[in-house]
Design a protein around this ligand. Sequence first.
Ligand code: TUI
Length: 314
Amino acid sequence: MIKSRICDILGIRYPIFQGGMAWVADASLAAAVSNAGGLGLISSINAGTEAVRNEIRKCRQMTDKPFGVNIMLQAPNAGEIAKMVVEEGVRILTTGAGSPAQYMDMWKEAGVKVIPVVASVALALKMQAIGATAVVAEGAESGGHVGELHTMSLIPQVVDALDIPVVAAGGICDGRGAAAAFIFGAEAVQVGTRFLAAEECTVHQNYKDKILKATDISTIVTGKTLGHPVRSLKTPFSKTFAKMEADPSVKPDEILAFGTGALRKAVKEGDPNGSYMAGECAGMVKKIEPAKAIIEDIIGGAERILAHAGDLLA
Ligand code: TUI
């Protein structure tokens, strides 16, 4: 068994988080992951604050295990969500795409364990200083909003800088990636893309089909010129987006307008003109299976690799 402080602190069996994927991570997926012994997360990006409250309540009906909520800090309703999760008695939060410093006192007073997603050592140190329970260090292999550093160099640098546990994310999709993360000193892994192919994941079938068809070179990062780079599958949508960004005659507002609502359209409607956010490891996702099977494959695979790591020595 992989030993980790994270399991004791959060009361979970396996050191694996499910990414709090915008529009995707609902009660169905989070409860399946938590019931299987990982940490399920519900995304704050859904059809408004009350819809997220509803997912939290649904999840409570579906599992008696710990689960959390991921708050996307750049969303216009982030402040509202920050208060709502306290009202609902949520015990574990992750945050993304910014610094949650302004909410920390309120959450700490309510006894919430806060695990910010960071993409640099500087923000990781700040989060530790203001009372984070742990951090998720997310490399740019991940899907969705990405930072600059990649997992292989980000994780060891964050691990060296912090005393609190580090959860590795970005490009981790099987036992090999998880074993590597533990070798770097991470105490848990966060997996997003592979859970898109979970049976309990409620995304449109077209989304799942696109993930299953993906290869190693199927993703692209767009949005750098707008200040929020996003990794998604190469589709007519993302290619047009990239062309608009490269064309100096197209104004940033026009590009933003083109992108608005595109993720929801992909997740809910399987619209070919949607934004199919996915990580670089989409090419390694080969089948639809229950969340429990995904967790057991990743954790069991990592355990087997780590148990035999000594075989590499002559
Ligand atoms: O947040 C994510 N991934 C996301 S959020 C999202 S929602 C979206 N919808 C439509 C368009 C664009 C996004 C989809 N995917 N991951 C966590 C994450 N946080 N990755 C990187 C960071 C990050 C980056 C910079 C966190 C903090 C940061 O700096 C903050 C600061 O103030 O220094």
